[in-house]
Ligand binder design. Sequence first.
Ligand SMILES: *Cc1c(COP(=O)(O)O)cnc(C)c1O
Length: 366
Amino acid sequence: MSRATRAIIDLSALEHNLSLLQDINETSKVIAVIKADAYGNGAVQVAKQIADRVDLFAVAFLDEAIELRVAGITLPIVILQGPHSTDDFTDAQRLNVIWVMHERWQLEHAKNLKQRGKLDQNKIWLKFDTGMHRLGFPISEFEAITESYKELLEKDSTIVTHLACADDISPAHAEHQIQTFLQAVESSPFSLCIANSATNMRFENARKDFVRLGIALYGSTPFPKSYDKSLSLSSVMTLESEIMAIRRIPKGDFVGYGATWQAKRESLIATVALGYADGYPRHAPSGTPAWCKGRLIPLVGRVSMDMLTFDVTDMSYVEVGDKVELWGKHLPINDVADHIGTIGYELMTRISKRVPRVYISTGIKS
Ligand SMILES: *Cc1c(COP(=O)(O)O)cnc(C)c1O
């Protein structure tokens, strides 16, 4: 590798996080959410690492499931967005996927296939909207939908909903969704699935038969700093690069495109080999932290396509070739995200293909 930039993916941290999550909830079956290439960590590698410890995988759409099947992953895969077109049903023949249905055309098409004996082995789950208002049949139609399409449902078919505010300081919105859902499904024979990471960690009454765990597996808390319920999750991704140049600039000079940062004193500027083409957000402001040789260092000036600049004036001992961690083991991704005005999810999922993923297992098995 000609450039030191890489995302180190610690598979033992992944296992550690899964253990913590299974310890706090020993009863629900686990759906490991590995959409978006396992949030940038590598879906195939993540799936292989935990396949024997979880019950199902989940991805957003069919192509993501096909990638896993091609790589030899055999666990059933839940497709959270259901089919995007009728072709999806054809393409998914014998792939052993579970469709989460949320639109009538999907159910009509499946019914039609079933009547012609062509639904094959794939299963149907149903998504209901309890207040997120993104996907799902209105929960008020629970009886009507389950009755109209009962021939598609099996005894292990599952009723799904998704909460909008499970990570909010106020539990009111989430509680309302949970209650609305539980009342509607009260006397139904189906399995239930409500919880994402935040819900699973916070609302015991919403754990039910299956939990859908994403961000917490990757070691990032879904909660804001002021309200952290993070267990002791361990970062799976460490994004690192190295200092490729160091220059001393006089007081009053500017750094980077647009000359947005001015040196208030004579300064030492370290240029790091990673930029927005690697997925680091261009709108990260001066002051966004990175970690180098045991200290946090502030970003200065604009993010370039392939480079970042940091103020290391107080660290006369830094050298070209020193490692810089953008987030990971020494610097929580959410601390970086807070400065940039986003969330750890976005930072993690946006790291581009150009950054090699290097898989390690540090051996802290639990
Ligand atoms: C992505 C996703 C999840 C996982 O959420 P986390 O907050 O990462 O645990 C769960 N359910 C649905 C419907 C999703 O789209």
